[in-house]
Ligand binder design. Structure first.
Ligand code: ATP
Length: 418
């Protein structure tokens, strides 16, 4: 029997007053309805690790929607319900969004299919989770408020920094859990235990039967962690890459590219310049043979608009604006003329391919991203110009001049472009 642990003092100490109050009210309301409420998942894990996290996932032994309706009546806010799973999201007036889910058990008709669902107990609900460290709960109903529920020895794994699945078929049922495992390894500096790692390797080929959309929603989270190089190295060492991209350069080349990419990003972040989340695609692109790239494979990852723009920009650099054509005598302004609308991530990706060039991408990006524009559209209107498409051209001219002559005042620049 797992040790009994009481966490209400720690919850009080670590959570914001309002978060604590909310959890307490939810437990109390559940009590009056004869239900039991549990805080589960990432927030429990993070509470035990003293990490800030107030994303409340609540599981109810009982009807999540009914409880949400009562909470709404008492405390106000809004609810959105999903009848099928008897689940509701309650938006509290303070802004907190809380998922109230009816405890359920899932079973699979065949591996990698979407699960079928039945209402059940907290133990069964926790059993369908990815790893023992994520399969703990905290009681919220009054009598046992703050008691840790830990059927699968998650606490022990947490203290031993272990990522461990709950049962052997876990990765076969949902291969995206492998990617989730790498994310937690990476974020907490944990390690899969030997058996979990062996199961991950054995079930890697099951990734082929998962929709690209599900893969991409885990992959971007893995590669948007603080050190994506560790994540990439693990994708390699577990032999996952062949199931993520078919046409690839050799591992050594890819590793050089993504390490270079990471270094460039670090030198920008040190200066306060951060790439947006679409940068995860750049890590994946380290594997692309750029002499004959097959974009369709990457595009199949259900990309966002921003990510599609990144790919388009890389394509444009390769075919229309190779960096190797830039001569050392070109000024920053001239370079800006060509690359002003090219995404930062695209320039970083292309230069990580190490296509030789005298052009210092970091220097340009630093100057561009840090540019505080002295002339804007309002200034053009003030001197009597009518807004129109020509504004874009004039503003780009102003940026070029400012990059070349940082000492110029607004008036100097206006005098040059008008
Ligand atoms: P993060 O801190 O990155 O948000 P998290 O642990 O909160 O991490 P989520 O993806 O938000 O992760 O998932 C919430 C919880 O749902 C997890 O803690 C885990 O228990 C469960 N979960 C999520 N995805 C899966 C999955 N594919 N298989 C099993 N359980 C999952």
């Amino acid at each position: 029997v797992p040790l009994k642990r009481q966490l209400s003092d720690q919850m009080k100490k670590q959570l914001s007053g309002i978060a604590f109050e909310l959890l307490y009210s939810i437990g109390k309301e559940a009590d009056t309805l004869g239900m039991r409420a549990y805080l589960i998942g990432g927030m429990v894990r993070d509470l035990l690790m003293n990490r800030k996290n107030e994303d409340m996932d609540i599981v109810i032994e009982g009807d999540g929607i009914l409880l949400a309706e009562h909470l709404l009546e008492k405390h106000g806010g809004q609810i959105r319900s999903h009848e099928e799973f008897r689940t509701a999201t309650w938006k509290h007036p303070s802004g907190f969004k809380i998922d109230l889910t009816s405890a359920r058990t899932e079973y699979y008709d065949f591996p990698a299919a979407l699960p079928k669902v039945e209402l059940s107990t907290i133990k069964e609900d926790l059993y369908r989770r990815d790893f023992t460290i994520n399969a703990m709960g905290i009681c919220l109903h009054q009598e046992e408020f703050g008691d840790l529920i830990d059927y699968f020895y998650g606490y022990e794994d947490l203290t031993h920094q272990r990522i461990k699945v709950l049962y052997n078929l876990s990765f076969v049922e949902d291969p995206t859990r492998i990617l989730r495992g790498l994310r937690f390894e990476n974020r907490f500096n944990f390690q899969m235990d030997e058996q979990t790692e062996a199961l991950a390797k054995e079930s890697a080929n099951n990734l082929l039967s998962v929709s690209k959309q599900r893969i991409s929603s885990e992959l971007w989270r893995l590669l948007f962690e603080e050190n994506p190089v560790l994540g990439m190295n693990r994708l390699e060492s577990l032999g996952l890459m062949p199931f993520l991209l078919k046409k690839r350069v050799d591992s050594e080349t890819a590793q050089k590219r993504y390490t270079r990419l990471h270094h460039s990003i670090l030198s920008l972040t040190k200066q306060g310049i951060y790439p947006d989340r679409s940068i995860w695609i750049s890590y994946l692109l380290s594997y692309i043979p750029i002499e004959e790239p097959d974009w369709s494979e990457v595009e199949s990852y259900c990309l966002s608009k921003q990510e599609i723009k990144l790919l388009g920009d890389i394509h444009q650099i390769i075919h229309e604006k190779p960096l190797s054509k830039i001569s050392p005598s070109q000024s920053l302004g001239d370079i800006h003329e060509q690359y002003s609308d090219i995404e930062l991530g695209a320039l970083l990706t292309y230069s990580s391919f190490c296509v030789s060039s005298d052009f210092d991408v970091i220097e340009y990006l630093h100057a561009r991203e840090r540019l505080v524009r002295k002339v804007n559209g309002g200034d053009l209107k003030k001197v009597g110009l009518k807004p129109g498409p020509h504004f874009r051209h004039l503003l780009l001219e102003a940026e070029k001049i400012q990059l070349n002559y940082p000492e110029y005042t607004k008036e100097d620049i206006l005098a040059k472009i008008l």
